[in-house]
Design a binder for this molecule. Structure first.
Ligand code: GLA
Length: 389
């Protein structure tokens, strides 16, 4: 009897031991899987004419969303997200290789700096000192100048956690680069998360009083079919006002109500429904190419706009800390640039939602300030969040 008792006792101990080892193994597996939810991979993408090595990073989450970013210009070259049937397709315009980006790009997917948008005649002054920036858009300065942040190679580092993968890009712009005062130390961090959102966090510091206005210039076509225009895609913008412009797309200084104009996107409206309306501002922009004054400026990082493609069901929500957004309807695309999946990018085959401070702010004293002083940190955050319905 005693022997039988001891036998079963021994057996149960061995059983418990086996069970605990198995559980540990399961836990281990779970942890490794957790760590692997969002991954990051690095590949060579090419070399710039002056010998700069360019890498491409692919961020991927467990639902299959991928974001490709290259270190040249911090350019987002691809964002693949599911449609309502779960089919992954690329929803941003761009190119297949580095040479095409080097040759000519209308800022496809790039980081824009030091100043996103236009500064009238490239001139501004700070504390009585006049500055003249590079002129690259008619008589004006646009998107940081001739060699802006979209055309430099950024230094990359990676960070991954249980539910995110991040790519941190750093660039130090020299004092007087493109005419801007101060050495500007800039960091842009792209973070892909499990909820199909991509965060862009911008930070900058300077050693001299200067101006900064950073953004990203992705062109979206939520259909995933670049041969289509975006005119049927539906936009809403949480903005009661916008900035009318002159013939050179510089704000006149007037802050206009969107009410009863083709600029009212407070209710979801297709991009194409009013784009050809007989409207002086639409004529000046050749379509939409204006800055909307976003509501809720005291609310920090908030939902400011939503784009929806009824055919694929894809939805893009844009959150930002910025006071404005330049909604550009791809009016200058003219069918000459080669598209990623073959063919060319025709007029209005992509739209941009460039979160930012207002154009020409250094010369318009009623606009929110874009001045950065030594000792301060410029900081801005925008999120592109995708879903389907
Ligand atoms: C911005 C400008 C447009 C155009 C594009 C690039 O969105 O506002 O006018 O310059 O960039 O083509």
């Amino acid at each position: 009897m005693k022997f039988i008792k001891q036998f079963f006792y021994g057996l149960s101990i061995v059983g418990m031991l086996i069970l605990s080892v198995m559980c540990k193994d399961e836990k281990k597996k779970e942890v490794t899987q957790k760590i692997k939810k969002v991954s990051l991979e690095k590949n060579e993408f090419g070399t710039t004419p002056d010998g700069g090595k360019v890498d491409r990073y692919t961020l991927k989450n467990s639902s299959g969303m991928t974001v490709d970013i290259i270190t040249y210009g911090g350019i987002i070259t691809s964002i693949k997200v599911p449609n309502k049937e779960g089919v992954l397709e690329d929803v941003v315009l761009g190119y297949d290789n580095l040479d095409q980006y080097l040759e000519s790009s209308p800022y496809f997917g790039a980081i824009i700096g030091r100043y996103g948008n236009r500064i009238a005649k490239g001139k501004f002054s700070l504390d009585g000192t006049n500055y003249s920036l590079a002129i690259n858009n008619g008589e004006n300065h646009l998107h940081g100048g001739i060699k802006g942040f979209d055309k430099v190679v950024w230094k990359a580092s990676e960070e991954t956690g249980e539910n995110f993968a991040a790519l941190k890009l750093v660039y130090v712009s020299k004092d007087m680069e493109e005419g801007y005062p101060g050495s500007l130390n800039t960091t842009v961090t792209y973070t892909l998360k499990e909820d199909n959102s991509l965060d862009m966090a911008y930070e900058a510091t300077t050693d001299k009083k200067t101006i900064v206005n950073l953004t990203n210039h992705s062109y979206f076509n939520l259909s995933g079919d670049f041969s289509k225009t975006v005119l049927d895609q539906v936009l809403s913008l949480n903005a009661d006002k916008y900035l009318p412009v002159d013939n050179t797309l510089i704000p006149t200084g007037e802050i206009a109500d969107v009410e009863n104009t083709p600029f009212d996107f407070r209710k979801p409206t297709s991009i194409g429904s009013r784009i050809e309306a007989d409207d002086d501002q639409l004529k000046k922009g050749g379509g939409y190419d204006h800055c909307w004054i976003l509501n809720g400026q005291d609310k920090g990082h908030r939902l400011v706009g939503t784009a929806y493609d009824p055919a694929s069901g894809r939805v893009l929500e844009v959150f930002t800390t910025e006071p404005g957004v330049q909604f550009y309807s791809g009016n200058f695309l003219d069918g000459t640039l080669p598209a990623k999946l073959g063919g060319t990018y025709k007029k209005r085959s992509g739209f941009c939602l460039e979160t930012q401070h207002y154009p020409d702010s250094p010369n318009q004293f009623d606009f929110p300030s874009v001045i950065l002083n030594p000792g301060e940190t410029y900081s801005s955050k925008t999120t592109f969040k995708f879903s389907a319905k």
